[in-house]
Design a protein around this ligand. Structure first.
Ligand code: GLC
Ligand code: CA
Length: 567
């Protein structure tokens, strides 16, 4: 594919509520991000994606917007954002905002008007309304955060539709006025000088217009809605128009959150004329759950499963266009806790091995706040400690499905989105230096050992290694190969090593990641390569068969020496 500027970026994802609290009210804010720009710069970040900062009652922490043009006062004022954009620009860091256009908050003035004047509101057609059938909701579809997708519209026999929470009514994309309002808003933000958008839940904007029932899949008599609400036929018309009326007019980057798209359709999404610059593929991140939301049907997995998902994703995306690679985000649990099964093995080596493994895949790499210091999940002891609306719903649904409290808590502890939403650990002082007062969400107690300050002082820390990982991709001799090179699998059937090559013309980088707590032999003629990155200082040895011994959780990234000298 033709080279694009956004392929070179290294993106850092900020969950603003938990990043840094500049005014000590317990909630992170925009000024807090500005104050930490030098930190991001020192890490090697070139672009920042900030989760929603718009006005919102925060039922889903900002993914429920009540005014697209105002900022949530807890996060700051417009001038704070302008200041952030300006300062970031000076430091050559680009800012990407979140775009939530599948739904609004029920506190948005459009929806409020509809509630007040259910029959006459001029916003009736801005949302999806349907009559109930014999006092029952129009269909038996279950929303992503639990319960029916339909909620009664008070005082009428009508229901409104929500793919996610009750307080997140879906916008009616079939209505041209809605689309035009949204495009205007998108352009308003692009004019402000942001580099682009991460586009939330975008595959949900088209619903199957038949609105018919499906066989139930749970004891609640409902069925997961996604078969009827995600990537439905006709969505291409909306996505094409969205791009034409907004993104295409700017040299911006767009990163689609696009679950539910089969690989055969990736070309439409991310090909040369695709709707987005890149999309996230969640298949490998969700390998420990049977399917995105059926959390209680946990599946056991091994390294070979993970490898297959990653390799397939890489090969499919390579055929279609460009991808966004990530280990963590605000909807996932922490990667160290997820991918390294035994607690005793969660250490510097496994954390840096994971970091490097995903970072050199083909695609634009995203780092989620706290990942660069190896933050982990932690176990909450009662449902009251949870904030994430999906965890709360999953807890009660598990109980209804017949699990006991302990089991229900166990499920949500493993997978809760709160795992990655705890405040950032800046130092070992009270509240991890995130704030001087008690933060909005309980801290992970291990901030005393896992924090930025101590890792900055330790040249053998995960943080320092992340800096190296980034530097190798951005400035080493192999950078073009690591950014633009093709992906090629290596050792496809090996049970515990994930290995791959990146190839660009005559350049070749080969990467080995040992996902095992034991040494693993590989056939490797180390004289042919220069080391680009290694998370061990000690030299590797050869076994009696002259095989190269990879150390436990070793990450070894090698650049092939110029072929001519050896042929
Ligand atoms: C996306 C967001 C998630 C949010 C949901 C509804 O999946 O990443 O955090 O809850 O959309 O907007
Ligand atoms: Ca604050």
């Amino acid at each position: 594919m033709e080279k694009q500027w956004w392929q070179k970026e290294v993106i850092y994802q900020i969950y603003p509520k938990s990043f840094y609290d500049s005014n000590n009210d317990g909630v992170g804010d925009i000024k807090g991000i500005t104050e930490k720009l030098d930190y991001l710069k020192s890490l090697g970040i070139t672009m920042v994606w900030i989760c929603p900062i718009y006005q919102s009652p925060m039922a889903d922490n900002g993914y429920d917007i009540s005014d697209y043009y105002q900022l949530n006062p807890e996060f700051g004022k417009m001038k704070d954002l302008e200041e952030l954009i300006a300062q970031a620009k000076e430091k050559r860091v680009k800012i990407v905002l979140d775009l939530v256009i599948n739904h609004t908050s029920d506190e948005h003035p459009w929806f409020q008007d509809l509630l007040e004047n259910p029959q006459t509101s001029k916003y009736r057609n801005y949302y999806i309304l349907k009559d109930g059938i014999d006092g029952e909701p129009p269909t038996n579809w279950r929303s992503v955060f639990g319960g029916s997708v339909w909620e009664p519209l008070n005082g009428t026999k009508e229901y409104y539709f929500h793919s996610f929470g009750v307080k997140q009514p879906d916008l009616n994309w079939e209505n041209k006025n809605v689309r035009e309002e949204l495009y205007k808003m998108v352009n308003y933000w692009l004019e402000k000088g942001i580099a682009g958008f991460r586009v939330d839940a975008i595959t949900f904007i088209k619903k199957d217009q038949s609105y018919d029932n499906l066989p139930a899949d749970g004891v609640d008599g409902l069925v997961k809605c996604t078969k009827k609400t995600r990537n439905q036929r006709g969505i291409e018309v909306f996505l094409h128009e969205l791009k034409k009326e907004t993104f295409a007019k700017y040299d911006c980057v767009t990163i689609g959150e696009a679950p539910g798209v089969p690989y055969e359709q990736y070309g439409d999404y991310i090909g040369a004329n695709g709707y987005f610059s890149m999309i996230f593929d969640f298949r490998y991140a969700d390998l420990d759950v049977a399917s995105g939301s059926e959390w209680f049907k946990r599946v056991d997995w091994d390294v070979l499963d993970l490898k297959k998902l990653i390799f397939t994703s890489q090969q499919q995306i390579q055929k279609a266009g460009w991808g966004a690679t990530f280990l963590e985000n605000h909807d996932q649990n922490r990667s160290l806790s997820k991918y390294i099964k035994e607690e005793k093995n969660r250490n510097f080596y496994s954390a840096t091995m994971l970091g490097a493994m995903f970072f050199y895949l083909r695609g634009t790499p995203f780092i989620y706040q706290g990942q660069e210091i190896g933050m982990t999940n932690f176990t909450r002891k009662s449902i009251e400690e949870f904030d994430d609306i999906s965890s709360v719903d999953q807890y009660y649904r598990s109980i209804k499905e017949g699990f006991n409290e302990e089991e229900a808590l166990h499920f949500i502890n493993l997978r809760s989105r709160d795992n990655s939403r705890t405040p950032m650990h800046w130092n070992d002082q009270a509240y991890g230096g995130f704030s001087e007062v008690e933060p909005w969400l309980g801290m992970n107690e291990n901030y005393k050992v896992i924090n930025v300050k101590s890792q900055e002082q330790d040249s053998n820390s995960i943080l320092h290694f992340y800096k190296k990982i980034i530097k190798v991709r951005q400035t080493s001799e192999a950078r073009n190969c690591l950014i633009y090179g093709d992906f090629e699998p290596v050792l496809e059937d090996h049970p515990t090593i994930i290995a791959y090559k990146r190839i660009l013309n005559h350049q070749e980088v080969v990467c080995y990641f040992n996902f095992s707590s034991k040494s693993q032999p590989v056939e490797l003629n180390n004289h042919l390569y220069d080391v680009l990155l290694n998370n061990y200082k000690e030299k590797n040895t050869f076994n009696s068969n002259q095989q190269y011994e990879l150390k436990p959780y070793q990450a070894l990234v090698l650049q092939k020496k110029e072929a001519s000298c050896y042929e």
